[in-house]
Design a protein around this ligand. Structure first.
Ligand code: GLC
Length: 564
């Protein structure tokens, strides 16, 4: 294949903000010659980034506006909506990993149809498993990596159908026993029932009323908004987001989480099991996963709400909330060596505005593992912050979303990636990526999980390793200009995933064992891998799911004239 000169390719993307430093440095000093035969592991980040940027020549040339846009908000619009042929064609590519072909076949097998139209993918296509439970349903959160894979492959229709179908489901009457749920509540999952005799298709949705533990899928609405933005960015088709049902759906989701209550914090109060970790795991309160998704959904909605009277009312609320949230999260959820040392020396029982230990965190509640775990360089957003309670555990999804949504400052984003590198054994181990770290054992496990046999130490949600998280790590690595981290993680996943039958999760301290009750052919493990690969092939894809830091996000202050 006739490849462009590195310098030309690099110039074409010289405004990609996160990449600018690397790119310009390379451009001025000249790129170190990269021997294509050398192992990818021997390359440093700059070499790898240059190689990555060197690959998607066709797309870079097609998208003339790339130089004018920042990387994070990069629009991938190239008029490809309505195309029939996938952008990605297995036959066209000369270096397709055999896993990619297998993964596409498996992903296509998982597609679910409603009246002949694809509307989603089932959670797992595991015929060997005796218990189907609800893994034969389309989960909103699980569909996100599938949707991104389809968008990146130039197949937006299934995503559009899914978005429209789920927002229609939102309008259903939702009751648990005698209690009516909020209008904005989105389903955790839905199932298409085919009646072969009557030849009809009907949809049955679950808003938590059938789910184990009757858990509320708080994340579903946020993922829906985030996916709508990804669809719009990828296709350039604004007409979907502008449809009245989508505008209304967004406003309903927003009214649920922007309503006033008794809160003293701008973060969102949640019950246990409200997101990917959908069982009792001590994440009740203000879990990082929900806060990061909430922040990203607010920013996404802000870019898609119409500037009409109804839309504007929400926009004002969103701007104020984002401002308060970023201050709160960046100050109180952030933990690094310095901050840990400060907490260690905290005084307690401080009253008044001058309190340093605002939430009355008792230093004795700092767990022992943390003193060894915290590197001198690096940091992360802790799991939860509420009165006298800091959950110091690391949660991967929340931290990656914090990077992608720019909830984390650029320095904090770098520090999170530093932590992942410094604590590779613990957080990545033999299979990317630990959902949370560390696991709870014995007495703590009994009290916190309620003796949950599925969540024993280093299994499932309790310190298990989830391949789906690979796409988030890859997106965060590319956004922070450190794709070498993703490369290492992808290599690990590639060595096992197909052989092991695409498990849902792995067990053990270093994630070496296929999970005790893990489904095989878990769709988001498959799609997560594909998305990671496609982003590495064409880093501009990250723009669908990544946002640059908003410069002045301050609400307008109306100063009295007498001040001036
Ligand atoms: C498990 C996971 C949840 C996922 C579901 C379907 O319940 O905890 O996050 O959505 O399986 O895969």
């Amino acid at each position: 294949m006739d490849r462009p000169k590195k310098r030309d390719t690099l110039r074409a993307v010289s405004s990609m903000s996160s990449l600018t430093a690397n790119v310009e440095e390379n451009g001025s000093k000249g790129i170190r010659a990269v021997n294509s035969l050398c192992s990818i592991a021997e390359l440093n980040d700059k070499d790898l980034l240059a190689l990555l940027l060197d690959r998607p020549r066709l797309k870079l040339e097609r998208n003339k506006s790339y130089d004018e846009k920042s990387f994070g908000d990069l629009s991938l619009y190239d008029g490809r909506s309505g195309r029939n042929t996938p952008i990605f064609s297995i036959r066209d590519s000369f270096d397709i990993h055999p896993l990619v072909t297998e993964a596409w076949e498996a992903l296509r097998r998982s597609q679910v149809y409603f009246r002949g139209q694809p509307v989603g993918t089932i959670a797992a296509y595991d015929h060997a498993s005796e218990e189907v439970l609800n893994y034969d349903q389309v989960f909103v959160r699980d569909f996100v990596p599938s949707a991104l894979a389809f968008l990146m492959n130039g197949e937006p229709d299934i995503v559009k159908n899914f978005l429209l179908k789920t927002i229609q489901i939102q309008g259903q009457d939702k009751k648990i026993d005698k209690f009516k749920l909020g209008d904005g509540a989105m389903p955790a999952s839905f199932k298409v029932l085919h009646n072969p005799i009557k030849k009809t298709d009907t949809i049955v949705a679950d808003f938590g009323e059938s789910a184990i533990g009757r858990v509320a899928p708080v994340d579903s609405g946020f993922w829906w908004i985030i996916l709508l933005r990804a669809y719009t960015k990828s296709t350039g088709d604004h007409s979907l987001a502008e449809r009245p049902e989508c505008q209304k759906g967004m406003r309903l989701i927003l009214s649920l989480c922007l309503s006033e209550g008794f809160d003293t914090f701008p973060t969102l109060l949640c019950a246990d099991g409200c997101s990917m970790v959908d069982r009792r795991m001590g994440v009740y309160g203000y879990p990082i996963e929900i806060q990061a998704l909430f922040f990203m959904a607010l920013r996404s909605a802000l870019s898609m709400l119409k500037h009409d009277a109804e839309g504007k009312e929400f926009m004002d609320k969103i701007v104020k909330r984002l401002h308060a949230m970023s201050f709160h999260m960046r100050s109180y959820f952030w933990l690094d060596f310095q901050q840990l040392n400060d907490i260690y020396r905290y005084k307690t029982e401080e009253y008044s505005h001058t309190a340093v230990n605002k939430f009355n965190v008792i230093p004795d509640s700092i767990p022992d593992w943390l003193f060894d775990f915290m590197p001198l360089r690096g940091g992360y957003f802790v799991g939860n912050v509420s009165p006298a309670r800091m959950d110091f555990r690391w949660f991967a999804l929340g931290n990656c979303i914090a990077i992608l949504s720019s909830l984390a400052t650029p320095e904090q984003s770098m520090a999170i990636m530093d932590l992942i590198e410094a604590r590779w054994e613990e957080l990545v181990g033999e299979m990317p990526l630990k959902i949370c770290y560390p696991a709870m054992e014995s007495h703590e496990w009994r009290i916190v999980t309620g003796c949950d046999p599925k969540n024993t130490r280093w299994s499932y949600h309790n310190g298990g390793s989830w391949p789906v998280l690979l796409w988030l790590l890859t997106a965060a690595s590319i956004k922070t200009g450190r794709p070498q981290i993703a490369r290492r993680a992808i290599d690990l996943a590639e060595a096992r995933l197909l052989k092991d039958g695409w498990p849902e999760y792995y067990d053990g301290k270093s994630g070496r064992f296929i999970g005790k009750q893990a489904r095989k052919f878990q769709t988001w493990s498959i799609a997560g891998y594909l998305v990671a690969k496609m982003m590495m092939d064409d880093p501009t894809h990250v723009g669908m799911i990544s946002m640059e830091e908003e410069k002045p996000m301050k609400p307008v202050l109306n100063r009295s004239h007498s001040w001036t």
